[in-house]
Design a binder for this molecule. Structure first.
Ligand code: ADP
Ligand code: MG
Length: 691
């Protein structure tokens, strides 16, 4: 992301934001109006405000003060797990029972009978007390000149009171509260998948301090300290195994079902569980800095993202209320029937339009996160759903990324050992997978590799370094003699990557490196084609021979000899032709292309892929099968969103029509108003099991 953003700070405030979309939007406007605030998001339902601000121009205190001035008291911590599944049943049963009473009451005239039993002030008082929290929001909004969904319903309730339908008014109030509860319940349930992830956070650590083992909160471990992990326990930190051997289950982090064996020198990650064995680990990253901590934060932030489809739905609900108000007015003027008017006002809750998208998106984000796929927001699901071009980086993405030096060719009387030594020196500080392979090869031969005096990475080409007074270049074999080119070409046709080593401008040798495609790539590309992705293409800085040798057996296209900026151009070219482009890379030397793509996917082992800031999707597991599955999930997400929206729209249209012609009494209208929320919840939770 841009450098501007980097200087910005972020804070999350707990605000007493009332549980209504309009109030949340108002608070957002208030926050955005604070000088120095770049962006503000208020999550109605969880009472959190995320504020991105410029620390040079404002402070968190100022932001908090603005919240207070706007009349939203800072509140206690948001706590507690959401209502469980059994509660959904209870809720449903209660809803059904009351609905039954309302229906019977309406049809058998019970309400009329009850109406006469109690004096009217009792009814009015009961309605006022029962609906107090709602009326407060309505008044608060009204004072700002705003109309919210509950405003219309309140007017409807008042209409019932005005014509002496005391019991009906009370029933309406009751269902307004039920509706409010259903909405909150739906939101909370939607967050369950994400909360599930948070519950995996390691709690305690056994750390060795002054020779004794003490138990401390996991977040209290300091980097560099040694922790001990026993069977059944969670690894509390990211770190390196100092001693011991164990079978470690990383499912919580990467979704990888198979536990792995780790031993001395291996890396372990927080939130993995030791199934068998014993480990002593030196902590390298703790709490929010650990891979798990960063993954969790990423998913939590993704929750706050608003997909374009949601913005559209929000805009729509903005038009919806005036339409309902107009319809109510027409009903009143034409039919002179206060009860029908009241029914029109209470049958319509715009809340469901606002819920339709995020509930489905959250279910998907949560389901994906459990499988080790982190998506940075609903908008990327929306884009993935219509992706038709997938571009793939080669080294480390399509291939295993652990190339090995297969052959060393010495030129002009140089010795093989010298070629390798010079190359390894020059590559000392490079992060490229090829560099790692060259260092390994030198080490394997027991060569002494001096550190270079100067080092320079030539992006997309190789490296240049000063080694023992000589300028050594390692990189693409270009500008070499025809005979050397012929040797290189022979190796390349075997699918090997060839790099040239030169000293003071004179080629001294060639290194041929071999790196096979990852398992499962062929099947993944077939799956992508079945999903209708038309172009799958390899983009590589390597030459044509290698590109073809790798791509052809996989049945995908290729473009070779691309510089990093040319990869960006290829992505941009597809975009200009109206394609939706997914770019898959390791996020290290292809970050700009990932950022340019509609959806940049970083693939790598836990930890490395997460470091890819430019990516929009992070695969914590190096498993190509995840990509087609993710695209499939995103399509299901969009289908669910449209179904949610469609149902809500149809439901409201029907309800409004019936109410307007007097076929729907206001009590029933109120009772039915939270049905779309329940539909959205049920429909969207199906997604949780879909990944
Ligand atoms: P890709 O990831 O698509 O294979 P890169 O842009 O990373 O391509 O690299 C392109 C080419 O540049 C490599 O195939 C190699 O020939 C050369 N190269 C890049 N970095 C290095 C390096 N550190 N050492 C040697 N050669 C390099
Ligand atoms: Mg690369």
């Amino acid at each position: 992301m841009g450098t501007v953003r980097d200087s910005l700070q972020r804070t999350v405030l707990d605000v007493d934001a009332p549980d209504c979309r309009d109030c949340a939007r108002h608070l957002e406007e208030v926050l955005q109006a604070v000088p120095g605030v770049h962006e503000a998001r208020v999550l109605s339902g969880t009472g959190e405000a995320v504020v991105v601000y410029d620390p040079g121009r404002t402070r968190p205190e100022d932001v908090r003060e603005a919240v207070r001035r706007a009349g939203y008291a800072p509140s206690k911590e948001v706590t507690g797990a959401g209502p469980g599944r059994s509660l959904l049943l209870v809720l449903g049963a209660l809803f059904g029972a009351v609905l039954l009473v309302a229906v019977l009451g309406e049809w058998m005239g019970w309400l009329d009978a009850v109406n006469r039993k109690l004096p009217w002030p009792v009814w009015v008082a009961a309605a006022a007390v029962g609906g107090l929290p709602i009326f407060r929001n309505v008044v608060r909004a009204a004072l700002r000149g705003r109309v919210i969904a509950h405003t219309l319903m309140t007017v409807g309730m008042l209409a019932a009171l005005a014509v002496g339908e005391w019991a009906a008014a009370l029933v309406i109030v009751f269902f307004m509260r039920v509706g409010e509860f259903t909405e909150r319940f739906t939101q909370e349930r939607a967050r369950d998948a994400v909360r599930h992830l948070a519950r995996m956070s390691p709690q305690t650590a056994r750390v060795e301090r002054d020779g004794v083992e003490v138990q401390v909160p996991a977040s209290a471990v300091r980097p560099g300290e040694q922790v001990v992990v026993r069977p059944g326990e969670a690894v509390p930190v990211d770190g390196e195994v100092l001693d011991g051997a164990a079978t470690v289950d990383q499912a919580a982090l990467t979704g990888e079902a198979m536990p792995v064996e780790v031993g001395t020198g291996d890396k372990v990650f927080a939130a993995s569980v030791v199934r068998a064995g014993y480990l002593r680990v030196r902590a390298t990253a703790v709490g929010p800095e650990s891979t798990f901590g960063r993954a969790l934060r990423l998913v939590q932030e993704a929750e706050r993202d608003r997909a374009p489809v949601q913005l559209a739905a929000d805009r729509f609900s903005g038009y919806y209320l005036p339409v309902v108000a107009a319809l109510a007015l027409v009903t009143f003027l034409v039919r002179r029937d206060p009860l029908a008017t009241a029914a029109v006002l209470v049958v319509a809750c715009s809340c469901s339009f606002a819920l339709a998208t995020p509930v489905a998106m959250l279910a998907c984000l949560g389901a994906a996160a459990r499988a080790g796929v982190l998506v940075k927001g609903g908008r990327y699901l929306e884009l993935l759903a219509r992706a038709d071009v997938v571009l793939v980086d080669k080294t480390g993405t399509l291939t295993v990324g652990r190339p090995e030096v297969a052959e060393v060719v010495a030129l002009d009387g140089a010795r093989e050992e010298d070629v390798l030594r010079l190359a390894a020196s020059a590559e000392r500080y490079s992060e490229h997978p090829l560099a790692e392979a060259i260092r390994q090869a030198a080490q394997a031969r027991g060569l002494l590799v001096p550190a270079p005096d100067r080092f320079e990475a030539l992006s997309g080409f190789g490296v240049r370094a000063e080694v023992a007074g000589r300028t050594v270049e390692v990189g693409r074999p270009e500008g070499v003699s025809a005979s050397v080119k012929a040797v290189a070409a022979r190796l390349e046709r075997l699918g090997k990557t060839v790099v040239a080593v030169s000293a003071d401008g004179r080629p001294v040798g060639l290194l041929a490196l071999a790196d096979g495609p990852r398992p499962g790539t062929g099947a993944a590309f077939r799956a992508l084609r079945e999903l209708g992705v038309r172009h799958v293409e390899l983009l590589t800085g390597d030459n044509e021979h290698v590109a073809e040798a790798v791509a052809r057996p996989l049945g995908i296209g290729w473009r070779a000899r691309l510089l990093p900026e040319e990869k960006i151009e290829v992505v941009g070219g597809y975009q200009a032709r109206g394609h939706t482009v997914v770019m898959v890379g390791d996020g290290v030397n292809d970050a700009p292309a990932l950022a340019q793509a509609h959806v940049g996917v970083a693939m790598g082992s836990a930890g490395t892929a997460l470091a890819a800031e430019a990516a929009h999707v992070v695969l914590l597991r190096e498993d190509w099968a995840l990509l087609p599955r993710l695209i499939l999930l995103s399509r299901r997400a969009m289908r669910t969103v449209w179904l949610n929206l469609g149902f809500t729209l149809a439901y409201n249209a029907l309800g409004l029509s019936l109410a307007a012609v007097g076929l729907l009494p206001p009590t029933l209208a109120a009772a039915l108003q939270s049905l779309p929320d329940l539909f959205i919840l049920g429909n969207s939770s199906r997604l949780l099991r879909k990944f």
